[in-house]
Design a protein around this ligand. Structure first.
Ligand SMILES: C[S@@+](CC[C@H](N)C(=O)[O-])C[C@H]1O[C@@H](n2cnc3c(N)ncnc32)[C@H](O)[C@@H]1O
Length: 287
């Protein structure tokens, strides 16, 4: 685990350092780092140590342990999260959204009912904006209705990017051509970046939220996307999250997971499987 076998190096991360950091990441954010991920953890945290101008891991771990280390504990989690995302990732979920999930929900929204969607673990916002584009395409009068998409993530850096809604043109490859024309505008003079148009940004609310902490939202959601987030958690943490998500899904509502994620048996029994990694709670009489 050391940088070199023989020379003492202040940037060396000992087994004890790694254990302490891995335990902290698990306790604070549910993230699991087996021994095999030590090189990745070291690469990411060496950057923090350099930025803080600390001599090495003894000083860094002491900072993390101290009451003054609260901010750095957040920065550490931010450095250790994997934020890979893209527009219309796992495209079949957006086909389901367009064809099956949204039409009846929009029908209710047109009658004045509220419609709430949640991109949990939204990274830099591509998932939430992909949902918003499909919704706006189906219902151009969306601003006249009580429709909101909550986009939440533990990492304040990605929340900032999502809120700004500015993306490099190179990231728009999977956005359908007509969506690119209708829902983006140039963000600079040389055409290298594009910004989500303001009306669409207005219905997407970005919030910093650690899924392991208490959720401040009071009412359930009609649709929850939580994709490619819990893969980094252990089975116990995943199970407790599935139970919470079930409570936060409205009757007849939908829970959409990433391609390699599955509900635990207990919770799966409450839902009907409605497509690959797409689950629906049975509707009540009125939904
Ligand atoms: C790989 S990205 C997935 C982004 C998007 N859902 C998608 O599928 O494209 C995983 C996101 O989960 C977030 N995350 C990890 N642990 C979290 C936690 N405890 N609470 C909230 N978000 C968390 C990370 O910061 C990261 O942005």
């Amino acid at each position: 685990m050391s940088d070199t076998a023989s020379t003492p190096n202040p940037r060396q991360m000992s087994e004890a350092h790694f254990r302490f950091i891995a335990d902290l990441a698990h306790k604070e954010a549910g993230l699991v780092f087996p021994e095999s991920k030590a090189p990745l953890v070291r690469t990411r945290l060496n950057r923090r140590i350099r930025a803080l101008k600390l001599p090495g891991y003894d000083a860094y771990c002491a900072l993390l342990r101290s009451p003054e280390g609260a901010q750095e504990r957040r920065m550490m989690i931010s450095s250790l999260t994997t934020n890979v995302s893209s527009f219309f990732r796992e495209a079949h979920h957006f086909d389901l959204l367009r064809g099956e999930i949204l039409p009846p929900l929009l029908e209710r929204a047109r009658r004045g009912e509220r419609l709430r969607l949640w991109s949990a673990g939204c990274s830099s916002g591509q998932e939430a904006y992909s949902i918003a584009m499909v919704l706006a395409d189906l219902e151009p009068d969306y601003l006249q209705m009580d429709i909101r998409i909550l986009a939440s993530d533990i990492d304040p850096n990605v929340i900032r990017i999502g809120r700004a809604g500015i993306y490099d043109q190179g990231l728009l490859g999977d956005v359908p051509e007509d969506y690119r024309e209708r829902y983006f505008e140039p963000a600079d003079d040389n055409g290298t970046a594009a910004r989500i148009i303001e009306p669409l940004r207005r219905i997407v609310c970005f919030r910093e939220l650690n899924l392991l902490h208490e959720w401040p939202m009071k009412r359930p959601f009609d649709v929850i996307f939580c994709r490619n987030v819990v893969i980094y958690f252990d089975a116990e943490t995943q199970d407790s999250l599935w139970r919470k998500f079930e409570k936060y899904t409205a009757p007849g509502g939908w829970l959409i997971l990433g391609h390699s994620e599955r509900l635990s048996e207990d919770v799966a029994g409450k839902f009907v499987v409605a497509g690959p990694t797409a689950y629906r709670l049975p509707p009540t009489e009125t939904t």
